[in-house]
Design a protein around this ligand. Structure first.
Ligand code: HEM
Ligand code: HEM
Length: 177
């Protein structure tokens, strides 16, 4: 399998970035959405993992933006109608800034709440801003809202992938395998 993309297909690097980030992001999303119903000590432990995974998402998403800007997007398969192509590209492109903004708002809410961000216990990220309960509330709300926007976009993305693969029968998911 070639490392780089072609104008019509994804290479190994794009595929590894896609599935590694898919796993990390879906883990953080599910964890975040259930934080509210968790016993305190479990929540405390998982928030440490949540922040570490989130920091890894930020670093890998920056690498993915550099890679995608260098490679461009491979063309979607012929049989897909124009409005679906446009919508697919819109979702793909929208996911990039949103998946940078989500870890950054998490980092900002932790700094404003006066909580350090340790990355897998290896090193701590510097505080982006000083302790400020008002900003902590604002970034918490932003992090919350973005969490639901990501959930909606990924639901559309994954439903479309399965629809094309199984209903339209154009084996679309194979393009990312
Ligand atoms: C957190 C989860 C996910 C994210 C953030 C995500 C994001 C993306 C993005 C941004 C692209 C455009 C190519 C690129 O720039 O890398 C893409 C392509 C693709 N994704 Fe996902 N994806 C996720 C999960 C999934 C899942 C679970 C499936 C399948 C079941 C899937 C199937 C595909 C396919 C088939 C393509 C290629 C579309 C094309 O033909 O160009 N994705 N994904
Ligand atoms: C792609 C990465 C991330 C996703 C998808 C994500 C998603 C979420 C979601 C859905 C919630 C629940 C929102 C709520 O109910 O308040 C949450 C909470 C939280 N996230 Fe993230 N997050 C990510 C990255 C981060 C990062 C990098 C940090 C910190 C460095 C972070 C810190 C937090 C904290 C402290 C909470 C709890 C907020 C509270 O107590 O209400 N998150 N996250």
């Amino acid at each position: 399998m070639p490392l780089r993309d072609t104008p019509y297909s994804y290479g190994l690097v794009s595929k590894l970035l896609h599935w590694t980030l898919a796993l990390l992001i879906l883990t953080n999303l599910v964890m975040g959405l259930f934080f509210g119903n968790m016993p305190k000590d479990l929540r405390f432990t998982l928030i440490m993992w949540h922040k570490s995974i989130g920091a890894a998402v930020l670093i890998l998403m920056l690498a993915r933006i550099i890679w995608r800007s260098a490679q461009g997007f491979p063309q979607l398969p012929e049989g897909i109608v124009l409005w679906q192509r446009r919508l697919a590209r819109l979702v793909h492109v929208a996911l990039y800034p949103i998946l940078i903004a989500q870890p950054v708002t998490g980092w900002l809410l932790s700094s404003a709440a006066g909580h350090p961000v340790s990355v897998f216990g290896l090193f701590a990220l510097p505080d982006l801003i000083g302790k400020n309960p008002l900003w902590a509330k604002a970034f918490d709300l932003a992090h919350d809202v973005l969490g639901y926007v990501i959930l909606a976009l990924l639901t559309a993305h994954i439903t479309a992938a399965f629809y094309h693969h199984f209903i339209e029968g154009n084996k679309l998911i194979r393009r990312m395998l």
